[in-house]
Design a protein around this ligand. Structure first.
Ligand code: UDX
Ligand code: UDX
Length: 462
């Protein structure tokens, strides 16, 4: 049976954009995104979407009110849908068994219980959130044990591979769509029903179908491999700095080997985002649970290296600034975890700012998309006191204000606009010697030096 009505639980960075794209591409399907957060839903229904993504406004505008709806009526949306995406958060558990590694599945479980309670007839439940392998079993048993109206369910896994900042492009033209289901006639029919939705705009040969466990595991493994490449090149960035090699040149040289490939070899202050660290920790927990400590340890190193990269950047700054940053103004350019997003989850900037503040630096932070309130909240959550934020953090409206009177500037996000900064003007505005710490290799080292800066660019020998 073709799908006529879709609902998605969770209007976050994944649920919102993904459903907007499905609605835009499938005008005959009613798509409702439900979330318990009233403010978030109100924002999706306004002119200022809660998620910044290039091109997203147009996709939402093309379908909203027609077949795309954002609501807080979670029960009503579930009841009306043939197919339900579950895209609620699955943060790393902060308490109890598996704290710091396992995924916290309480939102998934409460979503499953609610679906069971309000459903009638046949429904397809799709795991969109990244979850540990075998979560589908848990969802299935909760659904089966809690359906007063005799509803029947098929559970599918359909992980999302979009990257923030390029979400619209990634959804428009994905490398692949992965759908996992049970190898039964009903399971196959459910897989086919979902595949037909994507087939409206994605070539069939890019729609892969697997068993449930392969699909669930593939999402964790894809993110672990991507993050591993970044930790690998970041480990080499330290060696480049020590030897006089240039990490961008090394990345280019190795990336031209088609077996290695050129993507995801950009050295940085460390990867961030809501997925990489969480998914690797999840994988590590899974390996430990299946008594595979060597495999767990192998992947754990990817996260350790990432943490080390962030702390060595701060150490480099403090050491270079004559071993003290106490009372010194430091311009921080970029706070988002990558360019073209307003998302700051796990951003390297949070740890770096926290550590500089613990050294009593004065931070003047500029990011083109991240709000002052978000920065404030992130620093608080990272353990910086309200008092220290009030006295030592200034949020600036442009990069030039941030660097005025500063001892140093640090670039922490690779926003395109930083590539065309007026370097002579910045030099004039800063105290001398004017120190630059480019954690994203976005500034041209040669011109920094030519303009008189004392420059450190990640992965470039000095
Ligand atoms: C989500 C998952 O967190 C992640 O595991 C997966 O990899 C991708 O999908 P994201 O969309 O970025 O990521 O999360 P977030 O922006 O936090 O959105 C989740 C939304 O679910 C929030 O708006 C939250 O209010 C909502 N939610 C959460 C519910 O509506 N009900 C709940 O019970 C829990
Ligand atoms: C990632 C995956 O790419 C995506 O497929 C999955 O669905 C969710 O997780 P996302 O976290 O949104 O997407 O962004 P991504 O582009 O992967 O960047 C993650 C982090 O790695 C960012 O902090 C980015 O700056 C950093 N990065 C990326 C590098 O430091 N170097 C690189 O070469 C690439």
């Amino acid at each position: 049976m073709p799908i006529k009505s879709i609902c998605c639980l969770g209007a976050g960075y994944v649920g919102g954009p993904t459903m907007a794209m499905i609605a835009a591409k499938c005008p005959e399907i009613q798509v409702t995104v439900a979330d318990m957060n009233e403010k978030r839903i109100a924002a999706w229904n306004s002119d200022t979407l809660p998620v910044y993504e290039p091109g997203l406004d147009a996709v939402v505008a093309s379908a909203i009110g027609r077949n795309l709806h954002f609501t807080t009526d979670i029960r009503g949306s579930i009841a009306a849908a043939d197919l339900i995406f579950v895209s609620v958060g699955t943060p790393t558990k902060a308490y109890g068994i598996g704290a710091g590694r396992a995924a916290d599945l309480r939102y998934i479980e409460s979503a499953a219980r609610l679906i069971a309670e309000v459903s009638e007839g046949n429904k397809i439940i799709v795991e969109k959130s990244t979850i540990p392998v075998k979560t589908a079993t848990a969802i299935k048993s909760i659904l089966a044990a809690n359906s007063p109206n005799g509803a029947t369910f098929q559970v599918l896994s359909n992980p999302e591979f979009l990257a923030e900042g390029t979400a619209v492009e990634d959804m428009e033209n994905p490398d692949r769509i992965l759908i996992g289901g049970e190898p039964t006639p009903e399971g196959n029919a459910a897989v086919e029903a979902l595949a037909s939705v994507y087939a409206k705009w994605i070539p069939r040969e890019r729609i892969l179908t697997t068993n449930l466990w392969s699909s669930e595991l593939s999402k964790l493994v894809a993110n672990a491999f991507l993050a591993q490449r970044i930790s690998s090149i970041n480990s080499i960035s330290a060696l480049c700095e020590a030897t006089g090699a240039d990490v961008d040149e090394v990345a280019r040289a190795i990336g031209m080997d088609s077996r290695i490939g050129s993507k995801f070899l950009k050295a940085s202050v460390g990867f961030g985002g809501s997925c990489f660290q969480k998914d690797i920790l999840n994988l590590v927990y899974l390996c430990d649970s299946f008594n595979l400590p060597h495999v767990a340890e192998y992947w754990r190193q990817v996260v350790h290296l990432n943490d080390w990269q962030k702390s060595r950047f701060v150490e480099k700054m403090v050491r270079t600034l004559y071993n003290t940053v106490n009372g010194k103004r430091i311009g921080i350019l970029g706070f988002a975890f990558k360019k073209d997003t307003n998302d700051t989850r796990e951003s390297a900037a949070i740890q770096i700012c926290r550590d500089l503040l613990s050294e009593r630096a004065h931070l003047a932070i500029y990011d083109p998309r991240v709000s002052a309130a978000t920065i404030h909240q992130d620093l608080l959550s990272a353990g910086v006191s309200e008092e220290l934020i009030t006295t030592n953090v200034e949020i600036c409206a442009d990069p030039y204000t941030a660097v005025t009177g500063a001892h140093a500037l640090a670039t922490l996000t690779e926003w395109d606009e930083f590539r065309t900064l007026d370097l002579p003007r910045i030099y004039d505005l800063m105290l001398k010697p004017a120190f630059v710490f480019d954690g994203r290799a976005v500034l041209p080292l040669d011109s920094l030096k030519a303009h008189g800066f004392d420059a450190f660019v990640i992965g470039k020998g000095v």
